[in-house]
Design a binder for this molecule. Structure first.
Ligand SMILES: Nc1ncnc2c1ncn2[C@@H]1O[C@H](COP(=O)(O)OP(=O)(O)OP(=O)(O)O)[C@@H](O)[C@H]1O
Length: 297
């Protein structure tokens, strides 16, 4: 039981959107798919759901190829930006229509969620604001009972209160159904405590693919007087380095096990900081100096 991508490559003209991407989504996890703009996230999701063809590679759902395979595709529901309902359809009708395509669709829950989010069932889809269009699609994803649910930038345009509500409902759904959830988002700090497995894409390649906890313990931040920091970090893998006056802060790609010399301070990493450090290291902007914010490669 899993979604498996093997060696997925996709080229658009001179842009290699995905380059030999392989990954497995297993039951019982909330995966986070992270990556800067243009990293290849949407392309990967549309290939996963057979909306685009890869140039190379295969996608299987529970062992079945997804290519033109309704049975396999029926196990995966993706909440994206597109609206698949007729333009003038009312929300109530649209929710009901879902039960034809997904017999397990929980209509009662969908109505309950609409009430919780303050979405009027009488409204027509095009009359919805940006935020409520997102909410409508989220309700579909939260009410569908497929074993795999993918959310592509789910909280686009949602206010803070509705984002919080969505995250809470997502965890509730996950606990109740133990489905596999994949969340593609730029709001890393908001999902850090939600995603137990993190996949980081960069320029079409997988940069990291590991349990979130493992990623966060694989690096740490060290700060102190520049001389002491430099002495301690010699020969170690530095992701980023920031100097301010005589003080230096570095992000190290290693587990923090040894006791530190006096004068040095260690702090654990948040996922967003780790993500940014990784990107800076890949960009070659590892060394950042002073108030002028001069980047050196
Ligand atoms: N239909 C297309 N035609 C040409 N280039 C494309 C097409 N779709 C995607 N690309 C290119 O492929 C790369 C990956 O795009 P993709 O939309 O998958 O990235 P993303 O990680 O989802 O980005 P974002 O976070 O900005 O939405 C980008 O360079 C993009 O310009």
């Amino acid at each position: 039981m899993s979604i498996e991508c093997k060696d997925i490559t996709k080229q658009f003209g001179s842009t290699r959107a995905l380059d030999q991407v392989s990954l497995t989504l297993e039951p019982g996890h909330i995966y986070g798919l992270l990556g800067n703009n243009g990293a290849g996230k949407s392309t990967l999701l549309s290939i996963l759901t057979d909306r685009q063809l890869p140039d190379q590679g295969t996608v299987t759902v529970d062992g079945q190829p997804v290519r033109n395979n309704d049975a396999a595709l029926h196990k995966v529901f993706m909440v994206g930006e597109q609206n698949f309902f007729p333009e003038d359809m009312k929300i109530k009708r649209a929710l009901h229509t879902m039960t034809y395509f997904y017999p397990d669709f929980d209509l009662r829950r969908a109505h309950g969620l609409a009430k919780q989010f303050g979405l009027s069932l009488k409204k027509k889809i095009p009359a919805l604001s940006t935020g409520y269009s997102s909410i409508f699609r989220l309700i579909l994803g939260l009410s569908v009972n497929t074993p795999y649910v993918i959310f592509d930038e789910p909280v686009l345009g949602l206010d803070a209160q509705h984002r919080e509500l969505f995250y809470r409902l997502l965890v509730e759904k996950f606990m109740a159904q133990s489905c596999t959830i994949l969340l593609s988002t730029h709001l890393i700090s908001e999902v850090e405590n939600l995603i137990d497995h993190t996949i980081i894409l960069r320029e079409g390649r997988i940069l990291r693919n590991a349990p979130t906890e493992e990623l966060l313990t694989s690096a740490y931040t060290l700060s102190g007087p520049a001389g002491l920091v430099e002495q301690y970090t010699e020969g170690k893998q530095i992701l980023t380095s920031h100097s301010l006056g005589g003080l230096k802060t570095v992000t190290l790609q290693e587990e923090s096990t040894e006791p530190l010399p006096a004068g040095l301070e260690r702090s654990s990493m948040r996922l967003q900081d780790y993500f940014i450090s990784l990107q800076e290291a890949e960009d070659g902007t590892t060394e950042r100096k002073d108030a002028n914010h001069v980047y050196e490669s």
